[in-house]
Design a protein around this ligand. Structure first.
Ligand SMILES: Cc1ncc(C[n+]2csc(CCOP(=O)(O)OP(=O)(O)O)c2C)c(N)n1
Ligand SMILES: [Mg+2]
Length: 924
């Protein structure tokens, strides 16, 4: 079928047809050659219905929608009392939520805005097509932005307010795949050079380029939020909106009416994270939050709900969750038809089609629309009788009509007391015609042939001749053109350009020596866990005059697990509605105190939500210009293992703060078993480039790490964040053995040297976290029973050692003519002799990865395998990481070096009570 649309050039038109199936039961042939509407199964008289509808219309007209709503509600109540079992529905009809008569006046120059939008469409398309001409299969997306252009442009021209010295600005999460459109607009705004545009997806080219998707790491002056891993941005936006209220309620920033906009795809809503926190948004009355779901009914492979209606499904989910839902389904061209439809037949018909049918109508002709959508009822056909087929093809959808979109946005920003979701119907690949409009393959479309380019050019009125057009040049009108003038004026009126990322927070000044000093001194024999030590530190930090108010403790319903309940009363649990009840434990010292200015974010059981709070708080230095310092503590197994993608996004976003993996260590957490015991997280932390990961054993190590972390992130402004594991095994915390701060931060230091300087049998034992204590015990056994003099090292960070070694090796490779540098680990162990044995509560590969830079071979003990719900000692026996196994590994290493006889080792196995035939923990 010929889809050349040059005839409708310069017109944002679309075909909205309705592919009712051929055998639709809605068409009733009465045998007399005429059609009648389907009979009501209950014998309902049309006239009677008409009377009810007219009464409602007259109430609406005379008294307005509030009165009409009240009457309907009372009718509903009356029906219930009368014994009518009304079926539950959270849906409204398949119609625009804002009727034509309540539409506000569009304040802009619609024609000019359409021209600007057309230019953006062209440049967005051009950058993808050009990039793929230069480098085959470099990728990029045309059809997502093509469907969302109006949704963004109405926002850019009328709603998105930039950050200014006076106003904090709106926050916008852009749909990742729409990035070309956002770049194309910035190009027209003069913020992105043609060269950068040319290097879309090729940011390593000279002069730089543009990242495929929104990545603050790659474009720190432009993008604020990484959104392309779908599902993350809706959840992050909800917590961002809540965090904004938290800052206000805690008097860290003035209350404003700044909005958080999140643009998502309809397919994206299938990600559990997308809708997973929507009840929080309504519970918290986040009327500063607006979701815009681009309902083009398609995802990557095909329809989102071919056999259903994604819009209705989302409407009921959001309405059920207490959101204000605004559907923008039909464009202005439908209004006169709807007006003629006094019987409500058209809206009823609109609600009958499944999305697969709607998608078909997009690619069909006007005649098809008439036959298959309107043709089901002669009265429907009559409604469109005056319209030629071509006009039927041009009936726009709501999401492509700026007036409808404007009305929805205006209603959304003015809505009080609830978050708003706008469900906007659009066409995927809008304007691509034969090249992809509405087609299942459109998501992947990156190349257009000559004819397709010319059709697109003509449709959107781009002033390029046929020959120039096929070169797909970028097109920007002259600086003094009315288009550029208008675009600039609109942005000026809204405070500047969006998106823009900037860092404006005040760095901390104090060094907080006093605060941390106490923890350098040990616990004087008192047995405490590192978790308890950390909580003690947190308590002190919360009282610190400089940073106390900036600390944001975050916990997903585990505060008692970590002994943090005393903070409930002292710091208070944040609750936007204060505390409306007397807590059951009000008479206790540590009662459950909720307060409007509470400091703790007690998130409930959601690691993803807590992480989203962490991200909001840890990036507030850029988003709000406030240096908040998040401390997010959680069950370490449910961190990286469960929400690693959020952690990756946090890294991309340059989030600062501390992640604390509590109850860490596969054998240190006793009793909880396979699902809880974490022997993985330090390995999973390895790939995150700007994350520092520590597995400290003692309170002073934690104090050194946190103090230095605060300095680096909040004084120096480094874009790093921390992962620190904390254990719940209580033991006496020793004082810091001399000046080992540097070693702690670099990843290792000698904690206790052997007192025996003479022995020929020597060893170096490496331990981390609470397993360090097993190494210390092995040191004693080796000295007493086997005459082996072993030094014990605390390895605080294998990641730090690895990173340093790899970097050093790289430098040496790139500088062959210069004096080679030595990795920290090699340097530190230069004089260490004897057997090398490392023991960790994580999998063996963790120490294994630095063995290459060790001066000697190293035996590795770790906790590979599934855990057991057992006590600590049994677990360490099972995983072979206790003092006995460290002893055995040391002796075996010495045997391999020919330093001791095999029989000594055999005897040791007996003496240590080790069963050589015990099951292998890795696979049992
Ligand atoms: C977590 C995740 N899974 C898969 C993808 C790959 N992907 C990119 S776009 C897309 C389809 C998007 O459909 P939709 O959300 O409806 O957006 P549209 O382009 O239709 O506006 C998919 C599957 C991704 N980016 N993130
Ligand atoms: Mg979609």
């Amino acid at each position: 079928m010929n889809r050349d649309r040059s005839d409708v050039m310069n017109n944002e038109t679309t075909t909205v047809n309705n592919g009712i199936t051929e055998n639709s039961s809605a068409i009733v042939d009465n045998g007399a050659g005429t059609y009648s509407s389907p009979q009501s199964p209950h014998g309902l008289d049309d006239l009677e219905v008409q009377e009810w509808l007219e009464s409602l219309d007259s109430v609406l007209e005379s008294s307005g929608p509030e009165v009409a709503t009240e009457i309907l509600e009372r009718l509903r109540a009356h029906a219930t009392v009368s014994g009518i079992d009304l079926p539950f529905t959270a849906n409204t009809p398949y119609a625009n939520t804002i009727p034509n008569r309540l539409e506000p006046l569009f304040p802009g120059d619609q024609e000019l805005e359409r021209r600007i939008k057309s230019l953006i469409r062209w440049n967005a398309l051009a950058m993808v097509v050009r990039a793929n001409r230069v480098e085959h299969n470099i990728g990029g997306h045309i059809s997502t932005y093509a469907s969302a252009a109006t949704l963004y442009e109405v926002g850019f021209n009328h709603f998105f307010r930039a950050r200014t010295p006076e106003f904090e600005g709106d926050t916008v999460y852009f749909q990742g795949h729409a990035a070309p459109g956002i770049y194309a607009r910035a190009f027209l705004e003069g913020r992105i050079s043609p060269q950068k545009l040319e290097n879309f997806r090729r940011e390593l080219k000279p002069g730089g380029g543009l990242s495929s998707y929104p990545h603050p790491w790659l474009m720190p002056d432009f993008w604020e939020f990484p959104t392309v891993s779908m599902g993350l941005s809706p959840l992050m936006a909800i917590y961002q909106a809540r965090f904004s209220r938290y800052l206000e309620n805690r008097s860290l920033k003035p209350a404003t009416d700044a909005k958080i906009w999140a643009f998502l795809g309809d397919g994206e809503t299938d990600e559990p994270e997308s809708l997973g926190a929507i009840t929080l948004a309504s519970r918290e009355k986040l009327d500063n939050l607006i979701f815009v779901v681009n309902c083009n009914l398609q995802r990557l492979d095909g329809p989102v709900r071919g056999n259903g209606q994604i819009i209705q499904e989302l409407e009921s989910a959001f309405r059920g969750a207490g959101w204000n839902v605004i559907k923008v389904l039909w464009g202005s061209e439908w209004d006169p038809i709807l007006e003629r439809d006094t019987e409500g037949l058209l809206v009823k018909r609109m609600g009958e089609l499944v999305d697969g049918e709607y998608q078909k109508l997009v690619v069909e002709s006007g005649a098809y629309v008439r036959q298959h959508f309107f043709g089901t009822d002669p009265r429907l056909l009559q409604l469109v009788e005056p319209l030629p087929d071509e006009a039927l093809r041009r009936l726009r959808l709501g999401g492509h009509d700026p007036r409808k979109v404007y009305a929805a946005y205006k209603a959304a920003v003015e809505h009080k007391g609830r978050p708003t979701v706008i469900l906007a119907r659009t066409i995927k690949g809008y304007g691509l015609g034969e090249a992809g409009e509405g087609k299942n393959v459109t998501h992947q479309q990156k190349k257009l042939n000559e004819e397709e380019l010319q059709v697109f050019r003509s449709r959107f009125g781009i002033p390029l001749n046929d020959q120039d057009c096929i070169e797909v040049p970028f097109y920007r009108p002259a600086e003094d053109s009315i288009e550029i003038q208008y675009l600039r004026a609109r942005r000026e009126a809204l405070g500047g350009y969006v998106p823009t990322r900037s860092v404006r927070s005040q760095p901390l000044v104090a060094d907080h020596d006093e605060l941390f000093k106490e923890f350098f001194e040990g616990s004087e024999g008192r047995e405490v866990s590192t978790t308890m030590a950390y909580v003690g530190m947190l308590r002190k930090m919360l009282r610190d005059p400089e940073m106390g108010k900036l600390i944001v403790p975050i916990v997903p319903d585990e505060a008692r697990t970590f002994g943090m309940e005393s903070l409930f009363r002292t710091a208070g649990i944040y609750s936007s509605s204060g505390q409306k009840y007397q807590p059951v434990d009000v008479n206790t010292l540590m009662y459950y105190k909720e307060a409007k200015d509470g400091q703790i974010l007690e998130e409930g059981i959601t690691e993803a939500g807590s992480m989203a709070s962490f991200i909001a708080a840890g990036s507030a230095y850029a988003t709000h210009g406030i240096n908040t310092i998040p401390f997010f503590i959680y069950y370490s197994m449910f961190g990286f293992q469960r929400i690693a993608d959020f952690i990756w996004a946090a890294a991309d976003m340059r989030t600062r703060g501390f992640l604390l993996g509590g109850t860490a260590g596969r054998t240190t957490l006793s009793g909880e078993g396979l699902q809880h015991q974490d022997g993985n997280s330090h390995v999973l932390a390895l790939p995150v480039p700007n994350l520092l990961a520590y597995d400290p054993a003692f309170a002073y190590e934690i104090a050194v790490i946190i103090q230095d972390g605060i300095r680096r992130m909040y004084k120096e402004g480094e874009n790093i964040f921390y992962y620190i594991t904390l254990m719940n095994e209580p033991y006496a915390m020793p004082p810091m053995p001399g000046d080992v701060k540097d070693g702690i931060l670099h990843g290792m230091y000698k904690f206790r040297a052997s007192e025996n300087k003479k022995s020929k049998l020597r060893a170096q034992l490496f331990g981390s976290g609470s397993i360090l204590r097993e190494a210390l015990q092995a040191q004693d056994i080796l000295a007493e029973k086997y005459g082996v003099a072993a030094d014990v090292w605390s390895v605080t960070s294998y990641k730090a050692l690895y990173t340093d070694a790899v970097e050093t090796e790289r430098w040496n490779r790139l500088h062959p003519g210069e004096k080679p540098r030595t990795p920290y680990v090699t340097q530190t162990l230069a004089d260490a002799s004897g057997a090398f044995v490392a023991a960790t509560d994580y999998i063996k590969t963790l120490p294994g990865m630095i063995s290459k830079w060790m001066p000697r071979r190293m035996a590795m003990l770790g906790t590979d395998g599934f855990g057991r719900s057992e006590g600590r000692q049994s677990l360490r026996d099972f995983f072979e990481v206790d003092a006995r196994f460290i002893t055995l590994a040391t002796l075996h290493e010495l045997q391999q070096d020919g330093k001791i006889e095999p029989k000594v080792v055999t005897q040791a196995i007996k003496d240590l009570g080790i069963d050589p035939e015990k099951p292998n923990p890795v696979i049992s």
